[in-house]
Design a protein around this ligand. Structure first.
Ligand code: PR8
Length: 467
């Protein structure tokens, strides 16, 4: 799988019924039923986390050209990626309308209307929408798409800079919890100046190491300072009667996260889904013979009900095909636990449980302890997948003090840590020399030399091959 990861990824999306990329527009795919369920469960996790302290809203998808163009740095960052609506039927529109590539320029003119005094602050809204980016880099299903589905974007406004910095920390905490629930290990770094979000003061990013060693950015959090507040005139009257500009932040994650779930946990047999997002946490597979068929099926239905009563997602696979085929299907789809039940098991009042994450089979008694036993196995499976993924990450972050060694380490599938002075020219030289991207800085140091200059090092930086 690691050797030909791109092919593995492509095949699994199709074989496990996740997406269909044959839709006749490049970069836009169909979410298929099984994939849709994974998407739904992962969306519910982040929604729940955001809902604790943010309110959900829904803005229109079209942005007038005048608004999009107002923030110079921002529009420059997106100008090559915007889809435009120019006609309504046969009638040319008076003003071109952009399909939102992201929603700052849709939301902030409204913030300017809503925010009057310090009493209106903070505002913490989020929306879950599709956004559109005419990506110029190679598109890949889920990873780099042109219609970004289920874009969870949060936008906040605050009275002080301190509050906006605290909000960045809150988002980091929320995203950590989100990725932890998906068992996804992450590297958090502050993006270099040349790679921050267009219009942001600074950008914090979450990256995951994919099985082939390339990193994928799965979430970003931006402190926008007062740039957009100035552009859109978002001011408030403070307690002292003074009119001040707000400080803003925004943060976003997309369905790209699901690409990381699939890739980080998958194996040669197919998906291995963390129970928290698995469409079927448990799949019951009856082993049927002519004799005793009805009894086995009846028991399987009863088990299904028993487990569902505890809130578990359960599938009873009573298709009239060989059990071996069913096993393979559910292995491919990554159901966390399979319960096998044949006439002899029924006689012995047991079922054979098999965890997808590590393949071990164990006998469970068919009594009122079953649901608790299954839940314990689900917990173990969730933790094991997460632990295995974190171990992989640990093994694939390597430190070097030697610039020439970076290539060797990255080509061997690692992300590399190195000491850096923080100077932009030196940083770009490092990128040019190695051909890789500096992800950002994820630590500060007081002693040490920069890897590529005579300057003292100030940071521990990360460099990698990126998607
Ligand atoms: C913002 N504004 O937009 P960001 N395909 C799949 N996922 C993508 C793609 C793509 N083409 N482009 C980006 N993402 C800010 C924050 C509102 C919300 C995912 O930020 O441009 C990436 O995981 O950094 C990225 O980290 C996230 O969306 C947010 O996009």
């Amino acid at each position: 799988m690691v050797e030909n990861f791109d092919e593995w990824f492509h095949d699994i999306l199709e074989n496990a019924n996740i997406t269909d990329s044959r839709y006749p527009i490049k970069g836009m795919a169909v979410w298929m039923p099984y994939g849709f369920q994974i998407r739904k469960h992962s969306m519910n996790i982040i929604k729940k986390l955001l809902d604790k302290d943010h309110e959900e809203v829904l803005f229109p998808m079209l942005v007038p050209e005048t608004e999009l163009a107002k923030e110079g740095i921002h529009v420059k960052g997106f100008e090559d990626e915007v889809y435009w609506v120019t006609q309504g039927g046969q009638t040319p529109l008076n003003e071109k309308l952009a399909l939102r590539p992201t929603s700052e320029t849709a939301i902030y003119p409204m913030y300017a209307l809503w925010i009057r005094t310090h009493m209106d602050l903070p505002i913490k809204y989020y929306q879950i929408v599709n956004t559109f980016r005419y990506e110029t880099k190679h598109t890949r299903p889920l990873i780099r798409v042109r219609e970004i589905t289920t874009f969870k974007e949060a936008h906040t406004a605050h009275a002080t800079k301190e509050e906006s910095d605290d909000q960045i920390q809150d988002f980091i905490k929320i995203y950590k919890e989100f990725f932890d629930d998906l068992g996804i290990p992450y590297l958090i770094s502050k993006r270099p100046e040349w790679d921050k979000f267009p219009g942001a003061d600074y950008t914090m990013a979450f990256d995951v190491i994919m099985p082939n060693g390339k990193t994928l950015q799965i979430g970003t959090i931006h402190n926008l300072g007062q740039t957009f507040a100035k552009t859109f005139d978002i001011t408030f009257e403070d307690k002292d009667g003074e009119h001040k500009l707000v400080y803003q932040t925004c943060a976003g994650v997309s369905d790209r996260v699901i690409a990381s779930v699939i890739s980080v946990h998958g194996d040669d047999k197919g998906l291995r889904l963390p129970p928290k997002v698995s469409p079927n946490q448990v799949t019951i597979i009856p082993i049927l013979f002519k004799k005793g068929k009805e009894e086995v099926l009846a028991k399987c239905s009863q088990i299904k009900q028993q487990l569902e009563a505890k809130g578990l997602r359960v599938e009873l696979d009573d298709r009239d095909i060989r059990p071996g085929k069913k096993f393979n299907d559910w292995e491919l789809k990554g159901t966390a636990i399979k319960l096998e039940l044949g006439p002899r098991d029924l006689e012995n009042n047991i079922t054979i449980a098999m965890r997808r994450d590590e393949g071990e089979k164990i006998e469970l008694p068919l009594d009122d302890t079953l649901a608790d036993n299954v839940m314990e196995l689900l917990d173990k499976s969730q933790n094991n997948l997460s632990q295995t993924a974190w171990n992989f990450k640990k093994e694939h972050v390597k430190f070097t003090e030697n610039l020439d060694e970076i290539t060797e380490l990255v080509e061997a599938g690692n992300v590399v840590e190195f000491y850096w002075c923080g100077d932009e020219t030196i940083g770009k030289e490092i990128e040019e020399k190695t051909g890789y991207d500096i992800l950002g800085i994820h630590g500060e140091i007081c002693e040490g030399k920069c890897i590529a200059s005579d300057n003292d090092a100030r940071y521990i930086a990360l460099i990698a091959k990126t998607y």
